[in-house]
Design a protein around this ligand. Structure first.
Ligand code: GLP
Length: 259
């Protein structure tokens, strides 16, 4: 796990975008795992800017991390729509290459299996973008999720519904159920880039970076990932005992190493 602490969300977005740009230039049909929430927005803004300057995503495929169950197809806050709005409509990704778990299916279990198969058929996820919930969730894998879980239905923690109520008119509109890539699915990605901002994430960041690997803090499974890059601001890093060590390591990396 590499922890990188940077001053601003713009710099964090740019560093994550550097990884994605390098991947796409090297592998034009790369498969990118797409996250929602506010954390990835600086990455999407930067990628859209680079697209305006000529970076093409034409051959890229995208797989969303998660989706609400029960929102009508096309609902403004469905994650499929959020990803379209915030990223894929701003670049030249082919619409058919953008996938998301189907939270509106009559057969949720079958749709989850099909989603896993679609990721495999695309060649697996090369780079998974992640945020983290205040309770340490990634995707919608709430505390208690199996560290080996695959795409499936989950019930949201009340904390998560409260955190996400800001996107809806009121908390009653926030669905109770979601479908999410599992922790095992996320762990299969070849590179994971997690971004987090603000003091509200400081405890979750401390727990998953420096605490024990435990289903009680789902993001802690990333300690077992061979290539997990955690890019955070000073506020999100404020409870890390090893912050100085992480800064020292980043500032003294061999120039050829990249993230
Ligand atoms: C939601 C999403 C997660 C996201 C989390 C944090 O629950 N399912 O993928 O990481 O919110 O969101 P934010 O980045 O807005 O803090």
């Amino acid at each position: 796990m590499e922890v990188i602490i940077l001053p601003t969300s713009k710099e964090i977005g740019a560093l994550a975008a550097d990884s994605i740009e390098a991947l796409v230039r090297n592998k034009p049909n790369a498969v990118i795992g797409l996250a929602t929430g506010s954390s990835p927005l600086p990455i999407y803004d930067e990628l859209a800017r680079r697209h305006d300057e000529g970076l093409s995503f034409e051959g890229v495929s995208g797989f969303a991390l998660d989706e609400y169950v029960g929102l009508p197809v096309g609902h403004y806050e469905s994650y499929r729509e959020v990803i379209r709005r915030e990223f894929t409509n701003r670049v030249d990704v082919t619409a058919e290459n953008v996938h998301g778990p189907d939270g509106a299916s009559d057969d949720i279990a079958g749709a989850c299996l099909a989603y896993e198969a679609a990721i495999v058929a695309a060649g697996g996820i090369d780079l998974q973008i992640l945020g983290v919930g205040t309770n340490g969730h990634i995707g919608f894998n709430e505390p208690g999720s199996s560290l080996a879980s695959r795409t499936r239905i989950k019930t949201l923690a009340e904390q998560t519904r409260q955190d996400n109520a800001r996107f809806f008119d009121n908390i009653d509109q926030v669905p109770h159920h979601v479908v999410t890539q599992g922790l095992g699915t996320i762990m299969d990605a070849r590179h994971v880039v997690l971004v987090a901002f603000g003091a509200g994430k400081a405890e979750a960041v401390r727990d998953f970076v420096e605490g024990p690997v435990t289903a009680s803090c789902p993001a802690s499974v990333l300690q077992f990932h061979p290539r997990a890059t955690i890019i955070i601001d000073e506020a999100a890093a404020s409870k890390l005992a090893g912050a100085d060590t992480y800064r020292h390591a980043f500032n003294n990396k061999p120039h050829w190493q990249g993230v």
